[in-house]
Design a protein around this ligand. Structure first.
Ligand code: UD1
Ligand code: PEP
Length: 429
C-alpha cells in the first residue's frame, strides 16, 4: 500500500499534457469485442481501469498488446466466457461487457459493476434497453445473465439520461436486425467517441452527441484504427489546480469546447482563462476569487466528475459558495477530509456550502473515491505543510502519470510505501 505526499504552497507554471479520456477508453476497449479482426486504439491513458479491461478481454480469449498508450486487440478468438466475479468488480465500466458480449454472442454473464460509491448507481435503464432489443435479463446472486435468440432493433426512451445506458444500448444494437432509436440519450463527448469507433468498424450510427441516436444494424463489424479524445475531466482537474496555484499553466491536448461550463465558472470567479485550438491557458494567483454556486448537470452542464476538485478551489474564494450535485446523492465523501485540512464546509442534502477563504493545512487524509482523491490532491497543493493521501487505488483508476505531470509544473509530490504501523492504523480507522 502506498501514500502520496504533497508539500503544498508551490506556485506552479508550465504545460500539462492531457491523456486520452478514461470514460471513452473504458467503453472503446469493450466495443472491440464486436469486431471480427484486430482493432487498434491510440492514445489510451495509462490507468488501472484500462489495464483491468485489457485483462478482462484476455480472460475471454482476446489477444491484447498494450504499449506506448496504444492497445491492439484481436477479438477473433473471444468466447462468451461468464465473468460473474473477480476483476469486473474493480470498475464501473465493466458493465459495457454486457452490451458488447450480448451484441456479438447473444449471451453474457457479467457480475454487477464496481466503481466509485456515490450513492445508488442502478443499471435499470441498461437492462430496459437490452430487454427492448429482445434479450432476457435476470439478476442471479449479483451477476446479470443476458440471453437472446436474436436481437431486433427497437425504439427505446431512456427515463433517466444515462451515459452508460446510452453507450451500452449502442453496443448491443449495432449488430441487431433493423433500426434502433435511442431517445433522451446522453450527449457526452465520450458517446460521440464510441460512435466514431463503431462507425470506423462498419456500424451505421446517426445522431451521437444529440438526444436521439439512430442505429441501423449491420451483419458484421471489422477491425480499424481509432484515436481517442482527450480527457476533459483530467484537463478540468489540472485547470482547477492551475486556478488555485498556477502562475501560468497551459493545458495542452484538450478540446476547449468540452470544458465551457468550467471556463464560464472560472470567469465568474475572476480567473483569467484563454483558449486556442487545443490549449487552455490559466493564469491563477489572483488576490481575491469570487464565491460562486455550481449545480452539476448532464453534458453540456457542469460535470459531476469535476464537482469534488472544484470544491477544493472554492475554499479559496471569498464569500459563500453552494455546490449542488443533481446527478449523485452522496458525492460528498471528500468534505470530511477537506474539513480536516481546515475548510469550512457543511453538507445539507445534495448541497455543500463552503465559506471562504480558509487557508488549508497539510493533514493525513484518505481518498474514498476517484474524484475525492483529485479534490485532495488539489487541496494538498494549496495547503501549507505536507498532506499525506492514502486510498491511491481510486486515484490510479483515472489519472495517468499524476506525479510526473505535477512535478513537471513545479509541484513537490512523491509516492512512498506505507509502513506496517501506518497500514494497521489505516485498517483500524
Ligand atoms: C465509466 C463512466 O463513464 N463513468 C461516468 C458515467 O457513469 P454512469 O454511466 O454510471 O453514469 P450515468 O450517466 O449512467 O448516471 C447518471 C444518473 O443516472 C442514474 N441512472 C443511471 C443508469 C440507470 O440505468 N439508472 C439510473 O437511475 C445514476 O444513478 C445517476 O444518478 O457518467 C457519469 C455522469 O456523467 C460520470 O460521473 C461517470 O464518471
Ligand atoms: C465516477 C467516476 O468514475 P466511475 O463511473 O468509473 O466510477 C469518475 O470518473 O469520476
Amino acid at each position: 500500500m502506498e501514500k502520496l505526499n504533497i508539500a503544498g504552497g508551490d506556485l506552479l507554471s508550465g504545460t500539462v499534457n492531457i491523456s486520452g479520456a478514461k470514460n471513452s477508453a473504458v467503453a472503446l476497449i469493450p466495443a472491440t469485442i464486436l469486431a471480427d479482426s484486430p482493432v487498434t486504439i491510440e492514445g489510451l491513458p495509462n490507468i488501472s481501469d484500462v489495464h483491468t479491461l485489457g485483462n478482462l478481454l484476455e480472460e475471454i480469449g482476446g489477444k491484447v498488446i498494450f504499449s506506448n498508450n496504444e492497445m491492439i486487440i484481436d477479438p477473433s478468438a473471444m468466447i462468451s466466457m461468464p465473468l460473474p466475479n473477480g476483476k469486473v468488480k474493480a470498475l464501473r465500466a465493466s458493465y459495457y461487457l454486457m452490451g458488447a458480449m450480448l451484441g456479438r454472442f447473444k449471451k453474457a454473464v457479467i457480475g454487477l459493476p464496481g466503481g466509485c460509491h456515490l450513492g445508488p448507481r442502478p443499471i435499470d435503464q441498461h437492462i430496459k434497453g437490452f430487454e427492448a432489443l429482445g434479450a432476457q435479463v435476470t439478476n442471479e446472486q449479483g451477476a446479470i445473465y443476458l440471453r437472446a435468440e436474436e436481437l431486433r432493433g427497437a425504439r427505446i426512451y431512456l427515463d433517466v439520461v444515462s451515459v452508460g445506458a446510452t453507450i451500452n444500448i449502442m453496443l448491443a444494437a449495432v449488430l441487431a436486425k433493423g433500426q434502433t432509436i435511442i431517445e433522451n440519450a446522453a450527449k457526452e463527448p465520450e458517446i460521440i467517441d464510441v460512435a466514431t469507433l463503431l462507425s470506423s468498424m462498419g456500424a451505421k450510427i446517426k445522431g451521437a452527441g444529440t438526444d436521439v441516436i439512430r442505429i441501423d444494424g449491420v451483419e458484421s463489424l471489422h477491425g480499424c484504427k481509432h484515436s481517442i479524445i482527450p480527457d476533459r475531466i483530467e484537463a478540468g482537474t489540472y485547470m482547477i489546480i492551475g486556478a488555485a496555484m498556477g502562475k501560468e499553466v497551459i493545458i495542452d491536448n484538450v478540446i476547449p469546447l468540452h470544458l465551457e461550463s468550467l471556463i464560464a465558472k472560472f470567469r465568474e470567479m475572476g480567473i483569467h482563462v484563454e483558449t486556442s485550438d487545443d490549449k487552455i491557458l490559466i493564469i491563477g494567483g489572483q488576490k481575491e476569487l469570487k464565491a460562486v454556486d455550481i449545480k452539476t448537470l448532464v453534458y453540456p452542464g457542469f460535470p459531476t466528475d469535476l464537482q469534488q476538485p472544484f470544491t477544493s478551489l472554492l475554499t479559496k474564494a471569498t464569500g459563500t459558495s453552494v455546490v449542488t450535485d443533481t446527478i449523485y446523492s452522496a458525492r460528498f465523501k471528500h468534505i470530511d477530509e477537506l474539513r480536516r485540512m481546515g475548510a469550512e464546509i457543511k453538507v445539507e442534502g445534495r448541497s455543500a456550502i463552503i465559506t471562504g477563504p480558509t487557508p488549508l493545512q497539510g493533514a493525513k487524509v484518505k481518498a474514498s473515491d476517484l474524484r475525492a482523491g483529485a479534490a485532495l490532491v488539489c487541496a494538498g497543493l494549496m495547503a501549507e505543510g505536507v498532506t499525506e493521501i492514502t486510498g491511491l487505488d481510486h486515484i490510479d483508476r483515472g489519472y495517468s502519470e499524476l506525479e510526473e505531470k505535477l512535478l513537471g509544473i513545479g509541484a513537490t509530490i512523491w509516492r512512498e510505501r506505507l509502513t506496517e504501523k501506518e497500514i494497521e492504523q489505516l485498517q483500524n480507522s
